[in-house]
Write a protein that binds this ligand. Structure first.
Ligand code: SAM
Length: 285
């Protein structure tokens, strides 16, 4: 299985690669004035969306027919996100609500915000792969019957905890020697496990243009998918390399297997039968 970590700008990488992607996870900086060492997070709105539109178009061109993209954004940007995908050629399948477990961001003028959106879209109307995962969340009180086979995952994801809040980050959050969060936008591994299991097959090529701490690559390689991640910040690239080189117990995807036990063909989708041999290689762009 091949996993490639590239240090550089994803737009420049996309302009010259001949890779063909099956699935992309797009988790860009949200343009909310965060301190990123190697990119501007305070662009005028038009410039920011033109930049992301160009990246979505380039990914679309490099994606196999029926391939998928999952574009994560703040809920207040839902309208821009959907337009950006549509104008770059993608067909929307679901607007997923990823409900945060921790408290809502309060507001005096509107309801408190407690979710992010993940727009799931495909190249063409028919997804090339869509594995219908089943989970078995706790039943509401007074439910008369227990479920026998769990239930299909819906477009509201309220069972995956974020890592970003101050008071809950768990073992999965990567920390500096002083105990501080290494990267405040590190995605939870389980989010990527769900996306990769649903929208790719073993050996498919998974792409992450804003790789951050490499969560997508960590999940993809364990699930025996090929993976390419691009990250502009060399310090983050070093973090990805060490994360991939020696897997921390908190980064093992195995702890999620039982949750999906009711899923048809889970052994195959999870690629448990395949040898766990991964070949890492790096490049600079
Ligand atoms: C929201 S974070 C992604 C976090 C990631 N999902 C994770 O689990 O760690 C966005 C990342 O994109 C990187 N980045 C920003 N501009 C970039 C560019 N033009 N090309 C590649 N990476 C970029 C930032 O350094 C940051 O690490």
């Amino acid at each position: 299985m091949q996993c490639q970590v590239i240090q550089g700008d994803c737009a420049a990488y996309l302009a010259q690669t001949d890779a063909v992607f099956d699935l992309t996870f797009l988790d860009p900086p949200f343009n909310q004035g965060k301190e990123y060492a190697h990119c501007e997070d305070n662009l005028p709105s038009e410039a920011y969306w033109a930049w992301l539109g160009d990246i979505c178009r380039k990914i679309f061109e490099r994606t196999r027919q029926g391939g998928a993209i999952y574009f994560m954004q703040r809920e207040k940007n839902a309208e821009f996100t959907l337009r950006c995908l549509r104008e770059s050629g993608w067909t929307l399948q679901n607007l997923i609500v990823w409900k945060k477990k921790t408290s809502a961001v309060p507001s005096a003028q509107r309801y408190g915000k407690s979710y992010q959106i993940i727009a799931f879209a495909t190249k063409g109307h028919k997804p090339r792969v869509f594995h219908r995962l089943r989970i078995d969340p706790p039943l509401p009180e007074n439910y008369k019957q227990r479920r026998k086979q769990g239930m299909y995952v819906t477009d509201v994801w309220d069972d995956i905890r974020e890592l970003t809040s101050g008071y809950f980050a768990g073992d999965e959050a990567i920390r500096t020697a002083h105990g501080k969060r290494f990267h405040k936008q590190q995605s939870p591994l389980e989010l990527l496990v769900r996306i990769i299991l649903t929208s790719s097959k073993p050996d498919d090529l998974v792409f992450d243009p804003f790789a951050g701490t490499g969560t997508t690559l960590v999940a993809a390689t364990q699930l025996k998918r090929r993976a390419i991640g691009v990250e502009i910040d060399p310090e983050n690239v070093r973090c990805i390399e060490s994360r991939l080189a020696s897997l921390r117990p908190a980064d093992s995807v195995e702890r999620f297997y039982a949750k999906y036990a009711f899923t048809k063909d889970l052994e195959y989708i999870w690629a448990r039968d395949k040898a766990a041999e991964t070949l890492f290689y790096n490049a600079q762009f």
